[in-house]
Design a protein around this ligand. Sequence first.
Ligand code: TRP
Length: 451
Amino acid sequence: MHGQWSSRLVFILAVAGSAVGLGNIWKFPYVAGQNGGGAFVLVYLLCVFGVGLPIMIAEILLGRRGRRNPLSTMRILGREESGSTRWQWVGLMGMVCGFLILSFYSVIAGWTLHYFLLAVGDSFAGADADQIGQLFDGLVGSVSSQALWHSVFMAVTTLVVARGLKGGLEQAVRIMVPALVAIMLGLLVYSITSGDFARGVTFLFRPDFSALTANGVLAALGQAFFSLSVGMGAVMAYGAYLPQQESIVQTSFAVVSADTAVALLAGLVIFPIVFANGLDPAEGAGLVFQTLPLALDQMPGGTVVGAMFFLLLAFAGLTSSISLMEPVVAWLIEARDMSRAGAGVLCGTAVWLLGFLTLLSFNVAADWKFLRGTWFDNIDYLTSNILLPAGGFCITVFAGWVMSRESSAEEIGFSSGWVYTVWRMLARYVAPIAVLLVFLNAIGVFADGSP
Ligand code: TRP
């Protein structure tokens, strides 16, 4: 049996710490930029509240009912509710997915650690967009720098997971996420006063549907899952520690809203800088690293602000990365009788090794392309756009259709009233149908004429 979180606030902090991470600040702006802005953002918001939110509620309620790691939870609840243990495959798929995500997440988190040092060393001083671009190219071109920081980040993640989730970490989230937001608000002031704010806002919020492809819609769905940490059991693993009397719906709503606010804030900071400097919004994975230093260089106190920003971003990454590892580690402990330390070190080492493929895909193996592109492109696409939506689909189908109304009502706390009704409608119809339609759309089923 699991332990329990000491309070609801701690649980909210843990789930929010999982959700808010590189996905909001690094990934959201660049994926939105690659998919044309406004229309993507609109679809993203629909996915967040129509699909991601009900699935987060479903994950937490399954986790709390099962009170175990996601694989055992799905097996036990599957047996209880339908007499079949094959739902455990959803848990297994989630563990594999978290493993794959963490292998590249750590490399990107490593970039932010490197940028922390660059900021401390005042390396952005006086640099123009070209020189900032070269700094980034230098980093991703270097196997040794990336290997160093990837190793540091994985070592810290492993250490925290191996020691258990309680303790310092909740304090960290409590202080660091608000601090990160405060710095971003400072950056926002810079973007409003010195960036091309009007153009940034237009790009982000005026939908131009001609810029959005079927694959862009899938990317929006995938980004919603990724940013909210749903679809692979991370939130389910955390839900297992939630005391019975706490409200799942309120917690989920708070986390989803906060996560979305941080992502939009990041977009509002970054795109005005992109346009003011003549950069390309579709630049790709380097977007944040090629824009923020320009602002930091020109801002009063930019060196200190920049150093703090990148360090806090790495911490936001850490509170996310531990949630990616928790399902596997909890499973190794509970089902394979390993110690937490042993399980943590085993997973950490395996993920660390796998991460080298991502790291090399930016330099030595940059030309090794198959399917969607490099190794990183493929792992990113497979996890965000396929595995997370597929996992989320199974979770919402299970919670909405397989699980009895009595069981889900009992976890949510009430069966009458509009909150339960709305959740159940979203979980049974809206979320699964939306995921299916977006998948079918992306493989070209609705395209008339040429694909
Ligand atoms: N949501 C995190 C971010 O935005 C990443 C993350 C943590 C995640 N746990 C997850 C993504 C579980 C998918 C599934 O950075």
